[in-house]
Design a protein around this ligand. Structure first.
Ligand code: NAD
Length: 705
């Protein structure tokens, strides 16, 4: 037996305990241990049945994800494979029970399906989430699940990767009984009840009654494929998972398993899977900050306060309330306060309507938000977040005020999207307490929290902010202080190129479609319409005196604003909008573009989707390289996580910097040099891009010395 698998007995029942903390992953040693235990059970005549259970928090929660990288990199070859261990379990001549608590995901569920029976705590969940890593189940899960759950449910579970509750698993036939209370005791009792009759269900792989008929199945697969193409746009694994489940319905079991293995291998070595595994580990890696060690003391956050109840402030207050933290919400005027609270209530009501939580939960959350016009109670807040209009003078005024009311040790955060945290901090007597908490709209939905470190920000304030992000169910990414930080700074050249492409001959809908096909959640021009074109227009007007006439500037967005086309809020921007907010290409915009470009002597030509991708993506990447070199982001991964969680970048491309690595930095650099020659100094290659390209290196391996 291995260290990771323990063998004990309760009379005639063998108990196999997987003990591989924290989640009993199927690391090397675990499958071997289970196979050895089954051997022992077969050999021992005094044993009449066996229960497998996980120690600690959970059943086997899945594969050891690091192993996938070891296989694709060639570091690991061979080893015992789970498929054969599940078969060994299934072939055991004595009845077996998998006792499930916590989660039986991926390989965990595949393992459980080899047992004669499965029992579970009511709180347990089961699922095949492999698609989230660009994979499909690889230990016959796609072949056994339809035999237990039926074709439709199995195909859906393998394609969307969502877990199901123990109750649903019972209803589907994946689980045979729900146990309340003592799981091990219940599982043993369940088995003892079954043993005397000797009438056990057939091996899962020999069950065919739920595999359906070709005609019904064809309809099921067609409908699911159509839905999946929409919900998992651009991703290959969900469709591959459906193919594998379909093989279960059309091939004998062993051939189905072989087919699954072949599809699994294709997925495992795909760029998409490598990208998604990079993102999985990236979300953990961003928490590691070299000069802020894990044991940095944290400031306890029991009460919060927010200033400004507009678009962002309201969402930020909701984040605190959702996490059970009482929050004061201050506005400048009664009218704005009422409007802000009405929006919050409406958001919560919509969630209740969608069945996300009960009206009681909504009332509880609302009761945690205290709307007010003054600073009453701010002296008790452990953190104060400012979300007023974007303007330095106003922000400094507010920070000077909160410096006077906040207790010593409180965190003073700004939700500014661009402004200098150092300058904001200079308005206070405690710059060490000041930090940027840059949320994304809608703040109660978007997962990203860019945490902006000022020159003086203390380690405690940084560590607390990172830990708070988790508590608010966000991914916190620490970034340095510069105009626009990581996300918005990179967005600038990306948006600029999108507009230049329109001026040079592409239609707005061509630009957006190319980027949506690339995988972006929305095209950049449609995003502009959603966010409001007037925001940037006002900023540009404010900075008009800095305008360099020798540098090319986009022409169309400002002209749209001058016509009152601010985007969705005015019913028209780059597109016009119908009553369902559907974007419709507008001949007026086309005419405007033609006029502006003719006046500016811009030669129009036909532009390919490939050029649209290269111009916009490489603009992002070149700026990302500067950010990395300046140390504004700690690692390329941090930039990737920002873009995936805050800007609708497709996770299956791994983020912009990972995408650059997949294209090859040499190729990216060459194109950037060509664009530099054709389009001028906007395209000056980042020295780091040049350096890494010449070295044959990657962004992923770069660490600033
Ligand atoms: P908004 O106009 O919707 O809300 C700002 C609110 O602040 C208004 O309700 C206003 O009445 C209130 N306010 C102004 N002065 C105040 C004062 N002295 N005391 C109390 N309240 C006051 O703006 P928003 O979109 O929520 O943006 C707020 C901040 O968040 C800005 O710094 C912005 O750059 C940043 N931000 C915005 C977004 C976005 O997508 N909208 C995203 C990230 C960050």
């Amino acid at each position: 037996m291995s260290e990771l698998v323990k063998f004990t007995r309760d009379g005639e029942i063998a108990i196999i305990t997987v003990d591989n903390p924290p989640v009993n992953a199927l690391s090397p040693g675990v499958p071997e241990g289970i196979a050895a235990a089954i051997g022992q059970i077969e050999a021992d005549e005094t044993i009449s049945g066996a229960v497998l259970i996980g120690s600690g928090q959970t059943f086997v929660a899945g594969a050891d994800i690091r192993e996938f990288g070891r296989i694709t990199s060639g570091e690991r070859r061979g080893g015992i494979n789970l498929t054969s261990v599940v078969r060994t379990v299934e072939d055991c001549s004595k009845p077996t029970v998998a006792a499930i608590h916590g989660t039986a995901f991926g390989g965990g569920l595949e393992l459980a399906m080899g047992f004669t029976y499965r029992v579970a705590l009511g709180s347990a969940q089961v699922g095949q989430p492999e698609v989230k890593l660009g994979l499909i189940p690889g230990a016959a899960g796609t072949q056994r699940l339809p035999r237990l759950a039926g074709v439709e449910a199995a195909a859906r579970m393998c394609a969307d990767g969502q877990p199901i509750s123990a109750a649903s698993a019972l209803a589907l036939g994946v689980v045979d009984q729900i146990i309340e209370g003592d799981l091990l005791g219940g599982a043993i009792a369940f088995l003892r009840e079954k043993i005397p009759s000797g009438a056990h269900p057939p091996k899962t792989r020999e069950r065919h009654e739920k595999l359906g008929d070709p005609e019904t199945n064809a309809a099921i697969f067609a409908a699911l494929r159509a839905a999946t193409r929409k919900s998992a746009r651009g991703m290959t694994a969900p469709l591959a998972a459906i193919d594998a489940v379909e093989a279960a319905t059309s091939l004998p079991f062993d051939e189905g398993v072989a087919r699954e293995a072949q599809i699994f291998q294709e997925c495992l070595f795909s760029d998409q899977s490598k990208a998604l595994i990079h993102v999985f580990f990236g979300e953990r890696e961003v928490a590691r900050i070299p000069d802020v060690p894990k044991d940095t003391p944290l400031i306890e956050i029991r009460r919060a306060a927010v200033i400004g109840a507009g678009t962002m402030g309201g969402g930020i207050a909701m984040n605190y309330a959702n996490a059970g933290i009482p929050v004061l919400l201050r506005e400048a005027t009664r009218e704005a306060l009422d409007r802000g609270m009405a929006t919050i209530r409406r958001n919560y009501e919509n969630s209740v309507k969608k069945g996300r939580f009960t009206p009681e939960v909504m009332e509880k959350r609302l009761s945690l938000i205290t709307p007010q016009l003054g600073y009453d109670g701010f002296e008790e807040a452990d953190i104060i977040t400012e979300a007023v209009f974007e303007g330095m003078a106003l922000k400094k005024e507010i920070f000077a005020e909160i410096d006077r009311v906040a207790k010593p040790g409180a965190i003073l955060a700004s939700n500014t999207s661009t402004l200098s945290i150092d300058e904001i901090a200079s308005a206070t007597s405690r710059p060490e307490a000041v930090i940027g908490h840059h949320y994304f709209s809608p703040a109660n939905v978007m997962r990203l929290l860019e945490i902006v470190r000022g020159r003086a920000t203390s380690r405690e304030v940084i560590a607390t902010s990172m830990s708070l992000a988790k508590r608010l169910k966000k991914v916190g990414v620490l970034v340095g202080n510069c105009y626009g930080f990581v996300g918005n700074r990179m967005l600038h050249p990306y948006g600029r190129e999108a507009q230049f492409l329109v001026e040079e001959g592409a239609n707005p809908q061509d630009v957006d479609a190319a980027l949506v096909n690339f995988g972006m959640a929305m095209g950049p021009l449609a995003v502009g319409d959603l966010a409001g074109l007037d925001v940037g227009w006002r900023i540009r007007k404010e900075h008009a005196h800095l305008h360099d006439p020798n540098v090319r500037h986009p022409l169309v967005a400002d002209a749209l604003c001058e016509l009152g086309r601010y985007g969705q809020k005015t019913g028209a921007g780059w597109y016009k909008y119908d009553e369902n907010r559907r974007a419709i290409p507008d001949p007026e915009v086309e005419a405007l573009i033609l006029k502006l470009t003719a006046d500016a002597n811009i030669r129009r030509r036909s532009i390919s989707p490939d050029e649209i991708i290269e111009r916009t993506q490489y603009a992002l990447i070149n700026e990302g390289a500067l950010i990395l070199e300046e140390g504004i982001a700690l690692r390329a991964t941090d930039i990737d996580i920002v873009y995936i969680n805050g800007y609708g970048y497709p996770a299956w491309r791994g983020g912009p910097m990972w995408y650059a690595d997949t294209v090859g930095l040499h190729k990216v650099y060459e194109r950037v040099c060509q664009f530099h020659q054709q389009h001028g100094d906007h395209w000056k290659p980042a020295p780091l891009l040049k350096h890494l390209a010449e070295q044959g290196a990657t962004f992923a391996s770069f660490r600033k010395a």
